[in-house]
Design a binder for this molecule. Structure first.
Ligand code: FRU
Length: 450
């Protein structure tokens, strides 16, 4: 009997394909998570905005679609974008993707809601400026301290190389070109850029992409962030190829987006998927849906480093502690359910440590001598493993959050994060930890699954 991959507390659609988080916002007493949604098939053929709402970032109600590709200017997709409340109205900024005689045309568009349920399209705000191809998308809007608004857009220049472009507006409706935030000499496209202030420093997030333009297939994409010395300065565009950190080292993390909660926290969601393979693999077979968003994480800084921790609301969920047993191979937990959180603190930096989840569906190894961590998961595309090794000078704590078919690992209080979908092959939920110092506090807590 196949084991269900449907998750307990991650946002995923009832059917179809989900990709980027869009329009994250708090509006009239609820959190909104919009997302790219193909409601017809588990592929990228038709993109609308679906959405879910929540009073608490934990319990989400799926609400259906908000914006459909039903206008000439967005007929080939209501692509990614963002949301902002302006004078009580919920403003959704998105890319209208269209094709004319096979050529891609993009507009940054606006839709408005006053009740958070009905969305009225206002039409295109502006087209891509001269010097850019039709790969011009993913508007992220920010209210700025001095009054007015800024928008960053992901772009490809006519020379086939990526850029992030700035627009400004006094009111959120009339936009003017504000110059280039940064350019790349290596990547052909920059997707999903975002600019905001975090603990009083400007931060830029973006997704560099190597793409084969002719075939229009993405080849290699990942998500990065960097703390900037100063806000964007069009007279001195940033070099987007250097100075960044990867936001996540797991296998499935892309197109992150953040928003500010009423109490001032900056919360991040990302698309948790692998970019290739998808529905045709064994992972998608027999399932009505594919892909989900990551758990919501609070973004914070340790100096120049961007760190993430699971939101307080998830941490405060009442859970049931599960005792472990000591075996020859290490400490073994059998939590009966695949939705749980595991924490281990006061770890010994000089000692190797191993975690094995669900009999090897996913595993983690800390090599104290080499100062590296390696994460592996069993592949679903055939025999073998996906493996990633990254440097880590010393391991002091870890926190692993598991839902039915996902694992999100936070090391050293969120300095390093690994997010992965996992292929549920074992009917027996289990976690084995080996190399644990006897005095290290550990706890496995079952999470509610309603
Ligand atoms: C990133 C992305 C965006 C685009 C959207 C389309 O995953 O390619 O650049 O707006 O997905 O679904």
């Amino acid at each position: 009997m196949p084991i269900s991959k449907k998750q307990s507390w991650h946002i995923e659609p009832p059917w179809g394909l989900l990709n980027d988080p869009n329009g994250l916002v708090w509006y009239k007493g609820n959190y909104y998570a919009f997302f790219q949604w193909n409601r017809f098939a588990k592929d990228h053929s038709s993109k609308a905005w679906g959405f879910a709402t929540s009073p608490d970032l934990v319990h989400w109600q799926f609400r259906g679609s908000a914006l459909l590709p039903d206008q000439l200017y967005d007929a080939q997709g209501v692509y990614s974008g963002s949301a902002l409340e302006i004078d009580g109205r919920l403003c959704l900024y998105y890319t209208g993707n269209a094709k004319q005689q096979g050529r891609r045309i993009s507009h940054q568009c606006l839709a408005i809601s006053t009740d958070g349920r009905h969305f009225r399209k206002e039409g295109p705000l502006f087209a891509a400026p001269a010097g850019y191809t039709g790969h011009f998308r993913d508007p992220k809007v920010l209210a700025v301290l001095q009054g007015g608004y800024q928008m960053v857009v992901g772009a490809q220049r006519d020379n086939g190389l990526g850029a992030v472009v700035l627009y400004t507006s006094p009111d959120g409706f009339r936009w003017s070109y504000g110059g280039v935030v940064g350019t790349s000499r290596e990547y052909q496209m920059i997707e999903c850029p975002e600019l905001f202030r975090l603990e009083d420093a400007p931060v830029l997030l973006y997704c560099p992409q190597h793409r084969d333009n002719a075939a229009d297939t993405s080849l290699d994409s990942f998500s990065v962030g960097r703390v900037l010395d100063q806000g964007p300065d069009a007279s001195r565009p940033l070099d987007l190829d250097t100075g960044w950190q990867r936001l996540d080292e797991g296998f499935d993390f892309y197109a992150p987006q953040t928003f500010r909660t009423p109490d001032g926290r900056r919360i991040l969601f990302a698309w948790m998927s692998r970019l290739e393979g998808e529905a045709e693999t064994a992972f998608g077979a027999g399932e009505p849906r594919i892909h989900c968003l990551t758990m919501p994480r609070e973004l914070f800084r340790r100096g120049q480093r961007l760190c993430q921790r699971p939101v307080r609301e998830l941490r405060e969920l009442p859970g049931t502690p599960v005792p472990g047993e000591t075996t020859e191979s290490g400490r073994l937990y059998r939590p009966f359910r695949r939705a749980f959180r595991f924490t281990a603190t006061e770890l010994a930096a000089e000692r190797n440590l191993d975690l094995t989840l669900h009999e090897g569906e996913w595993s983690f190894h800390y090599d104290a001598a080499a100062h590296t961590v390696t994460v592996e998961r069993r592949c679903w595309t055939g025999p073998g493993q996906d493996t990633r090794t990254v440097p880590l000078s010393a391991l002091s704590s870890l926190e692993l959050w598991c839902d039915q078919s996902s694992a999100e690992l936070f090391l050293n209080g969120g300095e390093q994060v690994f997010s992965a979908r996992i292929w549920p092959a074992s009917s027996q939920a289990s976690l084995l930890i080996a190399g644990l110092p006897p005095e290290s506090p550990v706890q496995l807590t079952l999470l509610p699954d309603d």
